[in-house]
Design a protein around this ligand. Structure first.
Ligand SMILES: C[S@@+](CC[C@H](N)C(=O)[O-])C[C@H]1O[C@@H](n2cnc3c(N)ncnc32)[C@H](O)[C@@H]1O
Length: 216
């Protein structure tokens, strides 16, 4: 039964079908819509996770009862709002963003979502800021510079509690994961390879791959 398309898990690419599913399962309330549309409106790249991936982040956060979460790559706060909404009562998300303008927009969107007390946006490079955060944490979501993915994965392995969840977007590196010439691809490949030492892993076939690992 398997053919090339079904092996990739990406058999259905009809925009109308995917839009119908997004509308049904991952509708945007005003706060999410504001964060989703902010990049396009405020001179930022529109590279946030898709609607269904955002919803998946929220449900996974809830599923593991997370109280402490860390994100690398905030942009306008779309994924951060999803994660924060999935946290258990009293939970907190630290989200790291290199670009001060992105961080400012994200803080405004997070405030509009009523989540300022649950989310701290930290401005700086992931590799500088992560060492200032103390584990153990329950969830780490990686969605920033691809060249840093392997280092972010090592921080996650050292700081996630047993049973904690590692998630990394763009795990297929825009379809170029196996390209030997690209430094970003090599770092994402290292993340995949090293994660298997500390996590039970799978690469979920979202549009650009979502690496999922449970800390052993
Ligand atoms: C793909 S976007 C994040 C999207 C966001 N997670 C969402 O789905 O709503 C990547 C973000 O990472 C930021 N970034 C790039 N290099 C970084 C670094 N070294 N450390 C932290 N953030 C970085 C970019 O400025 C950008 O805002």
């Amino acid at each position: 039964m398997a053919d090339d398309d079904s092996r990739s898990g990406l058999r259905y690419t009809d925009p109308a079908l995917l839009g119908w599913l997004d509308d049904l399962h991952a509708g945007l309330d005003p706060a999410l819509r504001q964060a989703f549309e902010a990049p396009g409106q405020q001179g930022m790249p529109a590279i946030q996770v898709g609607r269904s991936e955002g919803r998946l982040l929220s449900l996974l956060t809830r599923l593991i009862g997370a109280t402490k979460a860390v994100e690398v790559g905030t942009l306008a706060g779309f994924s951060a709002i999803h994660i924060a909404r999935g946290l258990a009562p009293g939970g907190h998300l630290w989200s790291i963003e290199y670009d001060p303008h992105h961080a400012e927009v994200a803080r405004a969107n997070i405030a509009a979502a009523g989540l300022s007390d649950r989310v701290t946006v930290l401005v700086g490079a992931g590799q500088d800021v992560l060492p200032t955060l103390a584990g153990p944490v329950d969830l780490v979501f990686i969605d920033a510079d691809k060249e840093g993915y392997d280092a972010y994965g090592r921080w996650a392995a050292a700081n996630l509690r047993p049973g904690g969840l590692l998630l990394a977007d763009n795990a297929n590196y825009f379809g170029k994961l196996l390209d030997p010439e690209r430094a970003g691809a090599a770092a994402v490949r290292r993340l995949h390879e090293e994660a298997r030492d500390a996590f039970d892993t799978v690469c979920v076939p979202t549009p650009d791959g979502l690496l999922l690992g449970i800390r052993r």
